[in-house]
Ligand binder design. Structure first.
Ligand code: PLP
Length: 626
């Protein structure tokens, strides 16, 4: 049985049940409960939530928040660290109200706060932060309105930190603070020289986009001193990058940041908070390695390394241990959402049966392809492959120059495909060493499964940064998958595909093992660990809009409860996003139908039927409706 490496990346949340469906195991107040995706699929159908669906699992949101806080709490208590830990969730990682509300609820006992990088995010944070002890950390560029709002909110008791990204911003903060007579909490974001491994390696170190250099940090101190506001400088902030694959980078970064922290204490800033930014990574490919979509550490090691590194650095200078803050977004929410979609059809690359050649006249390249087929042999496989390509190219040349017809080309192409299939499935398995050129032959012959979703809307990182997300069927897992496939989406775009996977043993693979479609039976696939960044970064390519969303919670009796259903964008919604007025479009179509009716080319009933279809489609789902 193919289990898609779920044990490696599934975090014990996802598994395979005896019913052949993916199972979901979550903590509840009466212990761990496991449900089958079969119940989820049935519940979606009952609610007429058609595929594709973004499935959110609420229990997992709370579990992640609890685990993160407990991870730091344990590391703090075992190491004897004298400070506390406060988490803040970066809203940009998943701004959906339900997610942010669930984080606030689960984070309440831990004084969990939020990180805001823009005015809208600040407004969400102000309205959602659970306790007055929770932090709101404001990163990014802040205009006057942003600062006014944040400063005024200080009066309400919010612990809002303005993390400064530039000296110009600090000048504005000082001016505004004086104007409103409010003492702001100020943090300095510093640019570390530590380089990190992984996808964002080039943007780390001296070339990182954000943060103050050592020169600018000292200039900031001088500006604050001059304004008699050095007492406001209480936080040191750094962010090494997202998805930090190598724990050694984390240690190096923390040690360097501590040097800045100590330096700021030395020049008279009160300090008190050390914000590590984000970066706590997710093992998307399940390899537990420094591959770009994995990491070579777990939560426990991360917390222990951070806590001990900070403690050692501070102790050497007899500086009180700061409050540790982290902005772990990806780690918190990635596992909490699964994209579910159905497969619409499959294209395979198997040859059709070859008709007898006896009574047919063929051009030379087809005769040569027949000979090449006869000559297939384990010891000549590279030569056989070269010959097949050579004669296929000759055949195409004859077609291009008009010397053979389409039917003959089709016959020859089918012959060529038969040769490749025999090489791939009969000859290569007999070889101990496959010639380099033939190693990707299986991939070239892989089926294309057409999925009812848009990569650009629901999995933008799969396209933009070639990120790997674990992908597998969510049922029929008690059957051996016999097909080898890639997945194409509904957008007619060459980039709209999933063709990067990790195989059963953790090796990269361009294809995925899938089951053959069965007549009239739906085939559902799931893409896992998609709760971070994907919904927000998604776009309207081909005008495929937001998918349906279902939030489920597994209750103490182990029953699936649908706690929220959001119907995805209608066609009318997405058209209005790109400035069309649906009513005007209906009007324009009506005029065309009226004209056709006046000319007698359609009847009154046909006209009405067309207008009804057009109007109804406006309210329909942008995806394929079964
Ligand atoms: N904090 C800052 C300043 C960031 O830029 C980011 C994202 O890159 C994060 C936190 C979240 O990082 P992650 O999702 O890796 O935890």
């Amino acid at each position: 049985r193919q289990l898609y490496g779920v044990k490696r990346w599934g975090l014990d949340y996802f598994g395979v049940g005896a019913d052949g469906f993916v199972s979901v195991t979550v903590p509840t107040s009466s212990g761990q409960k496991t449900v089958s995706m079969q119940d989820v699929i049935a519940g979606l159908a009952d609610r007429e939530l058609s595929m594709p669906v973004m499935l959110r699992i609420e229990n997992l949101i709370s579990d992640r928040v609890v685990k993160l806080n407990e991870g730091f709490r344990d590391a703090i208590s075992t190491s004897g660290y004298n400070g506390v830990y406060k988490s803040v969730f970066p809203i940009k990682v998943n701004q959906q109200k339900h997610v942010v509300d669930s984080i606030a609820a689960a984070g309440d006992p831990f004084q969990h706060g939020f990180e805001a990088g823009s005015k809208p995010e600040l407004m969400v944070a102000l309205a959602t932060t659970p306790s007055p002890e929770s932090l709101i950390v404001c990163n990014g560029y802040k205009d006057e309105e942003f600062l006014d709002l944040g400063l005024q909110a200080r009066r309400l008791g919010y612990q809002i930190f303005f993390v400064i990204e530039s000296l110009a911003e600090l000048a504005l903060i000082i001016r505004k603070a004086k104007k409103w007579n409010v003492e702001p909490l100020v943090g300095c974001r510093i640019k570390l020289s530590t380089k990190v491994d992984g996808h964002w390696a080039d943007d780390s170190g001296d070339r990182s986009l954000f943060g103050l250099t050592a020169r600018e940090t000292i200039a900031a101190v001088d500006m604050l001193k001059q304004a008699d506001m050095l007492k406001c400088l209480q936080m040191l902030h750094f962010h090494l990058g997202s998805q930090l694959t190598n724990i050694r980078n984390v240690r190096d970064g923390v040690r360097e940041a501590c040097r800045y922290y100590i330096g700021l204490v030395d020049v008279g800033a009160p300090m008190g908070y050390l914000d590590l930014g984000g970066g706590l990574a997710v093992d998307y490919d399940g390899t537990f390695s420094t591959q770009p979509y994995s990491r070579n550490y777990d939560l426990n090691e991360y917390c222990v390394d951070v806590v001990e590194s900070v403690m050692n650095s501070m102790d050497q200078h007899q500086i009180p241990h700061p409050v540790l803050v982290s902005e772990s977004g990806r780690w918190t929410v990635a596992p909490t959402s699964v994209l579910l979609f159905n497969v619409l059809s499959v294209t395979d690359f198997e040859p059709m049966p070859i008709e007898s050649e006896a009574d047919q006249e063929f051009c030379q390249p087809i005769g040569d392809l027949f000979d090449a087929m006869e000559n297939l042999h384990v010891r000549r496989v590279q030569e056989n492959f070269n010959d097949a390509n050579y004669y296929r190219d000759q055949l195409r040349e004859l077609f291009r120059s008009g010397r053979i017809q389409l039917r003959e080309l089709a016959f020859g192409e089918n012959l060529y495909l038969s040769i490749l299939n025999r090489i791939a499935f009969e000859i290569l398995p007999q070889l101990s060493r496959v010639p380099a050129e033939l190693t990707s032959l299986h991939d070239q012959l892989a089926d294309i499964y057409y999925g009812n979703f848009s990569v650009f809307q629901s999995l933008p990182d799969a396209w933009a940064i070639e990120q790997i997300f674990p992908t597998m069927p969510i049922h029929r897992l008690d059957e051996e998958p016999t097909r080898t496939a890639i997945i194409a989406d509904l957008t007619c775009d060459c980039d709209g595909k999933l063709d990067r996977f990790t195989d059963e043993v953790g090796e990269p693979s361009r294809t995925l093992k899938l089951h053959p479609l069965k007549n009239d039976q739906p085939y559902y696939l799931g893409v896992f660990l998609v709760g971070a960044y994907q919904e927000t970064l998604g776009d309207l390519h081909n005008l495929f809009g937001d998918t349906n969303v279902a939030s489920i919670s597994i209750d103490d009796d182990g029953k699936v409860q649908f706690v929220e259903e959001i119907h995805g964008d209608s066609i009318s919604n997405v058209l209005s996003y790109v400035e069309y007025q649906p009513q005007e479009l209906i009007q324009r179509f009506r005029s065309r139908a009226e004209a056709a009716f006046s000319q007698g080319s359609i009847s009154a009933t046909e006209r009405q039927e067309m207008l009804r279809l057009y109007r109804e489609s406006m309210q329909g789902y942008t995806y394929f409706e079964v």
